[in-house]
Design a protein around this ligand. Structure first.
Ligand code: BEZ
Ligand code: FE
Length: 277
């Protein structure tokens, strides 16, 4: 087929969306069509290859269930989740950066007192403290902000991945800030861990010789009335894979050094700045 025929095909397809009643859906659909056609053109996509792609996406769908979302893993490992986070976060200069949510967040974590450990089960890891303040962009403390935290155990898995082996509340906790905006979390030093690789997203990583590891981090979902929610991580500056995160979630501004504090505990400071809603 000539280039002209292919251009006419694309124009014909796009014209069918002209009367769409939903402008945003139309914009997204038309852009997806244009980019899909351009992609097929660029690689001179052949029928058997397109079928292999369709079978890959079918297998991804079949891998999904209530606790496994293969399409999110695929989006994560292709860097699209990270890009969408960047586009979504229109934070003003100086506010804390966001990063990917990941699949292991479970709502309903126990409320924990300031300084309490969120470690419930036995664990060989180093004990650490993460402390800081939650403020607005003008350095005004935000009292009563909540920090919903979750982290993998030193064995490499989140509690939600190991029901029966880990307590459901292990390494999960909701902390609140004091009147001066301060908070304090005790946990284990986060270690690198593998993202689920036993499905099509993992197969694609392996086919390209990529790893499926994430650098050690603690997740936080910070909420306060009148402020934009912040979904972020704290990364350990000594952890492996900081420059080769399987899901492209590392932001330099979120990397912290753990050092002994005055009481001899391994600690780091992570001050959080929220944007007004
Ligand atoms: C996580 O950090 O929990 C995560 C993020 C993306 C994919 C898999 C895991
Ligand atoms: Fe994680």
């Amino acid at each position: 087929m000539t280039e002209k025929a292919r251009a006419e095909l694309l124009a014909d397809v796009l014209s069918r969306y002209e009367d769409s009643p939903n402008p945003r859906l139309r914009e997204i659909t038309e852009a997806a069509i244009r980019h899909l056609h351009a992609f097929a053109e660029e690689v001179n996509l052949q029928r058997d290859e397109w079928l292999a792609g369709i079978q890959f996406l079918t297998a991804a769908g079949q891998k999904c269930d209530d606790t496994r979302q293969e399409f999110i893993l695929l989006s994560d490992t292709l860097g699209v989740s990270s890009l969408v986070e960047m586009l979504t976060h229109d934070g003003v200069e100086g506010s804390t950066e966001n990063t990917v949510l990941g699949p292991f967040y479970v709502p309903g974590s126990p409320q924990r007192a300031k300084g309490e450990s969120m470690l419930v089960d036995p664990d060989d890891g180093d004990r650490v403290v993460i402390r800081g303040t939650v403020t607005d962009i003008d350095h005004e403390p935000i009292a009563g902000a909540t920090l919903d935290c979750w982290q993998n155990a030193t064995a490499g898995f989140y509690a939600v991945q190991q029901p029966g082996e880990q307590s459901a509340e292990n390494l999960r906790g909701v902390y609140s800030t004091d009147a001066d905006g301060s908070y304090e979390i005790r946990t284990v030093r986060p270690v690198p861990y593998p993202i689920p690789s036993d499905g099509p997203a993992g197969d694609l990583l392996k086919a390209h010789g990529r790893n499926w590891m994430r650098p050690g981090h603690t997740h936080m979902w910070v909420r306060a009335d009148g402020y934009k929610e912040l979904i972020t991580h704290v990364f350990d500056n000594e952890t492996e894979y900081l420059r080769d995160d399987a899901v492209f979630g590392v932001r330099d501004s979120l990397i912290r050094r753990f050092e002994p504090d005055a009481a001899g505990e391994l600690a780091t400071t992570f001050d959080i700045v929220l944007d007004r809603a």
